[in-house]
Design a protein around this ligand. Structure first.
Ligand code: GCU
Length: 646
């Protein structure tokens, strides 16, 4: 006799819920546990396990078109009708089974009398790009599902494929076009492209995008973060057209070493093996042709004697044209080398010091998730005012406008995936998800000269499960992009103080063995001791590797003044920086820093009334653009450093 308890079905990584996409999880990270024995029950279980397939849980995989922002696009930005759906009523029936008549059908109550209990056309709107939390007070704290719907006109063209492009949507998304499933995506900070060629009609069309930002134990990031969990269609949405045969990915890098050889590849989809791919850099007189292999990849390697290398002092970008069949892509790319030699970071073969600052994608002045050109210009403009040549874009990939602008402004970039604090390290599905987000991050920005470092983690616990998880992520980063060093923001060991009161910090995290560059977060003077403790602290490292102090600093409320010993005053924060700078100058293997943080940013963990009010106040600039005293302390230090490096 079968017992109810036996009806437990768990497909690791593919729970029956809209909160998972199952895509990357169907890459061999699943195992089925059925504990029921009798035939009838097994048949029932088998049918139930097919339910998601019947209801579209496993749908066409999304892809990522490199250079998508350089392709002609039909924008779908602007107002979308939305339904706030905290109970996932648009996805599930009362038995918590996926509904065949879910909101993705975009049905309308009509005279037929059929019961339809939603109507997008009569529903309020939210704007995309834009998080929902900062658009409506009632959604300020909202974590859950919101359905987005937009009607649009479209006219198909011969020999043309169409993709629905999403710059980013936090956190899990399901996309339908004209009621048909287009794709799914997990991860709130990387782009995805869903092929919708066969789903579109000539004339009237509609897209429905389910977005859920609920934090999940097995998510990336996981349950606890020190930033606001802004949900929604947070970056551009558009339709992108390509010819039947199109270029979906390419990599062009200056080869390491002293020469000026550009090497790389172009990947073509839908082309016959042997299709000719052309690469042109008009300003350098470069016209190169190569034939794609059976996997659609055409390789290139050619000298460019007249090349000007990209650097902060000369952020030279070249117009590059890539052609295959009828497809043409234009990009602007800088060429430079970045490598590590013992404890030095070399840019174009020369040791460099990274004068940096950390930045969250928080919109200046209006708050909310930053996405616009104006947001990028304001944030990177302040970094330039500081005298920075480097920015740590924390803790997740930022809008592509940031890395494009950094390319033009000559700012080097640390780009990061949100493996933050307590990830579910022993969960294969979480590793698959993290790897997918990492590959998407690298793929989108692989041709950005400004991006000099990939970071795989921030302040993660020193456990065996974490070490093996991150070792595989580091290997995945090197496999996806062998041209850039990999780092992570580590915590540090503090030795007991010596009798003379000196404190010693030792970089000995076992993960350091596998990183190319060490990052370290420390808050001497804020979470640890008074500011002057920094001046009594010395640093040692188990590794002969360069160190970037990836976080340091303290909080201050702009306009609050007092003694340098009074927390939350600008004077206290400035003192923390003065003492930190004195300490940093003593660290022989220090090759850069990115103090925490350029601008105050929203965090649900910061609730001190009158001071924090849901803002982390460690900014050097307030969220209203007011520069605090510490800004000028750091600016002075960077002025000295840059004059010394001339
Ligand atoms: C941590 C963390 C940041 C956080 C900061 C802080 O180091 O990496 O995300 O905001 O400390 O406490 O302000």
């Amino acid at each position: 006799m079968c017992r109810a308890a036996d009806f437990v079905i768990l497909i690791r990584g593919a729970e029956f819920s809209p909160h998972s996409t199952g895509r990357q999880r169907f890459h061999g990270t699943k195992f089925l546990q059925m504990r029921c024995t009798c035939q009838a029950a097994s048949l029932l279980v088998f049918l139930l396990s097919l339910a998601p397939l019947l209801f579209g849980a496993s749908s066409p995989a999304s892809t990522l078109l490199v250079g998508a922002d350089r392709r002609p696009a039909i924008t779908l930005d602007g107002d979308w009708h939305v339904i706030v759906d905290p109970y996932d009523n648009g996805y599930y029936d009362f038995r918590m089974q996926p509904r065949p008549d879910g909101y993705f059908r975009n049905e309308k109550p009509d005279a037929s009398g059929k019961l339809v209990e939603y109507d997008f056309a009569k529903s309020a709107t939210l704007s995309a790009p834009g998080d929902w939390n900062s658009q409506r007070d009632s959604l300020f704290f909202y974590e859950g599902t919101i359905w987005y719907e937009k009607d649009f006109q479209y006219q198909g063209k011969p020999r043309t494929r169409t993709f629905l492009h999403v710059g980013a949507a936090n956190y899990v998304s399901h996309v339908w076009v004209n009621g048909q499933k287009a794709c799914d995506h997990e991860g709130g900070f990387t782009p995805f492209d869903c092929e919708v060629t066969t789903l579109l009609h000539d004339g009237e069309n509609f897209a429905v995008i389910y977005v859920n930002n609920q934090r999940k134990r097995d998510g990336v990031p996981t349950l606890n973060t020190d930033w606001w969990n802004y949900g929604g269609l947070t970056r551009d949405v558009s339709l992108i057209e390509t010819p039947d045969t199109y270029i979906d990915d390419y990599s062009l890098q200056l080869q390491h070493g002293t020469g000026s050889t550009i090497a790389g590849w172009v990947h073509v989809v839908g082309g016959k093996p042997g299709i000719e791919v052309a690469l042109k850099i008009p300003e350098l007189g470069v016209v190169q042709k190569s034939l794609a292999d059976a996997q659609g990849r055409a390789s290139f390697s050619f000298p460019t004697p007249k090349l000007q290398r990209w650097s902060p002092g000369n952020p030279k970008l070249y117009d590059v044209e890539v052609e295959a069949g009828e497809d043409r892509l234009r990009d602007s790319i800088g060429f430079r080398t970045i490598e590590v030699q013992s404890d030095n970071i070399l840019l174009n073969g020369k040791p460099i010091f990274l004068r940096g600052v950390a930045i969250h994608a928080e919109a200046p002045f209006r708050s909310g998730r930053a996405w616009s050109q104006q947001d990028a210009e304001t944030l990177l403009g302040w970094a330039k005012d500081l005298g920075a040549n480097f920015v740590r874009l924390a803790h997740y990939p930022h809008d592509e406008r940031m890395t494009r602008l950094a390319d033009r402004m000559g700012l080097m970039v640390w780009s990061e995936v949100p493996l933050y604090w307590m990830i579910e390290w022993d969960n294969p599905a979480t590793l698959a998800n993290a790897t997918n987000q990492l590959q998407e991050m690298i793929r989108r920005d692989r041709n950005k000269a400004s991006v000099v470092l990939w970071s795989v983690a921030n302040e993660t616990p020193n456990t065996p499960a974490r070490l093996s998880f991150l070792k595989s992520l580091i290997a995945a980063a090197h496999a996806e992009d062998p041209s850039r060093p990999v780092t992570a923001a580590l915590l540090v060991t503090t030795l007991p103080d010596s009798s003379d009161g000196m404190r010693t910090k030792v970089l000995d995290d076992p993960l350091g063995e596998y990183l190319d560059v060490l990052g370290c977060n420390e808050y001497i003077g804020w979470y640890e001791g008074p500011p002057e403790l920094a001046n009594r602290t010395k640093w040692q490292s188990k590794y002969n590797k360069p160190l970037i102090m990836s976080e340091l600093g303290g909080g201050a409320k702009f306009g609050l003044h007092g003694a340098p010993t009074e927390r939350w005053t600008e004077e206290y924060q400035a003192e923390v920086y003065r003492q930190q700078i004195a300490m940093l100058k003593q660290i022989p293997f220090l090759r850069g820093l990115s103090p925490w943080i350029l601008m105050d940013f929203r965090s649900p963990r910061r609730e001190l009334p009158g001071i924090q009010d849901f803002y982390n106040r460690k900014g050097l600039v307030s969220n209203e653009g007011q520069k605090k005293k510490a800004f000028f302390v750091l600016q002075e230090y960077y002025k000295t450093l840059s004059s010394q490096s001339k």
